[in-house]
Design a protein around this ligand. Structure first.
Ligand SMILES: C[S@@+](CC[C@H](N)C(=O)[O-])C[C@H]1O[C@@H](n2cnc3c(N)ncnc32)[C@H](O)[C@@H]1O
Length: 291
């Protein structure tokens, strides 16, 4: 019987991953570890296994933290950048943040705050933050490497004044950290579609999450979503229409080039492949449905 035992640094790429190793495999050599890349050194493997075993000995029988399992589409290759990634001052440590967050304290001003979930490499956030210095931009990214890359990219583009990034699971972060009535726009571009039916429950945009979105938006605050996945789009349309938000026409952000919906990394890549895109937008206020 597989047992979910916890999280540890993966020995190949050193990202924090959820360990989903059957206990018997942890205990019986030859060990089989979820691999996403190059061979790990035996010392690193041994550290990883010791951490796993200690979690098991402490009685862990399932995932211990609110972090999700290895994400859909997560790279199996170790990610590399051509330069050293400097996370500070843009990348924040989620464990050191107050709950709820006070945006005024984070940014040192009372400008409106727009938040992007799943920034990837931070293309969209960087272009927006550069174009609109009077707006604060906050990115949430689950994957450690992308969080580091996007934080560094924002820093290199001199966005220290109006951009911050945190590495966290979005649903957890909204529930724990985001204050009610505090965000002017929430951007979600190309959320992981989890195409297999048995994985649909892992999709982010579902009724409980939309309640958190509604709570976090200021009156007239907007939610903007783009996906290339038709089935997910149909689900998004259904749950957004049934939520307390009011569906409106999708507005292209200023940084999007001609013909683009948002101008993210994925959009530019998928566009070259000729994939169709689907957009949904909704606003808080003027709703006809009960909360
Ligand atoms: C398909 S990629 C799209 C990246 C970017 N938005 C773009 O269009 O280029 C989805 C991104 O969302 C991140 N992600 C997925 N689930 C998340 C969650 N629950 N919380 C935060 N980030 C998440 C993934 O790590 C990944 O970087």
């Amino acid at each position: 019987m597989p047992c979910w035992v916890g999280t540890a640094h993966h020995p190949c790429c050193r990202t924090d991953i959820a360990a989903f190793i059957p206990i018997e495999e942890v205990q019986c050599p030859p060990y089989r570890i979820p691999r996403h890349g190059k061979e790990a050194g035996s010392a690193e493997v041994s550290t990883f296994l010791q951490k796993m075993l200690s979690l098991v000995r402490q009685g862990a029988r399932r995932l211990l933290c609110p972090r999700p399992k290895l994400r859909y589409g997560a790279s199996r290759r170790p990610m590399q950048a051509s330069h050293e990634l400097v996370v500070e001052p843009i990348g924040l440590d989620v464990d050191k943040l107050p709950r709820p967050l006070l945006w005024g304290e984070i940014f040192g001003n009372d400008h409106p705050v727009e938040l992007e979930i799943g920034t990837g490499k931070g293309t969209f956030l960087t272009e927006q933050a550069r174009l609109r210095p009077d707006v604060n931009f906050f990115g949430i990214e689950w994957a450690r490497w992308f969080w580091r890359y996007a934080s560094d990219r924002l820093r290199r583009n001199h966005c220290e004044k109006n951009a911050r990034m945190v590495r966290a699971d979005a649903a957890f972060f909204f529930a724990e950290f985001v204050a009610a009535n505090s965000l002017s726009v929430i951007h979600i571009y190309f959320p992981d579609p989890w195409p297999k039916k048995r994985h649909h429950k892992r999709r982010l945009i579902q009724e409980p999450f939309l309640k958190l979105v509604h709570r976090s938006l200021i009156p007239n605050g907007r939610l903007q979503i783009v996906t290339d996945h038709q089935d997910y789009f149909e689900q998004i349309q259904t749950v957004v229409s049934a939520s307390a938000l009011r569906v409106i026409e999708y507005n292209r952000p200023e940084s999007a080039s001609d013909g683009e919906f948002a101008g993210t990394n994925f959009e530019r890549k998928y566009r070259r492949e000729g994939r169709p895109f689907y957009a949904v937008a909704a606003v808080k206020g003027g709703r006809s449905k009960p909360e």
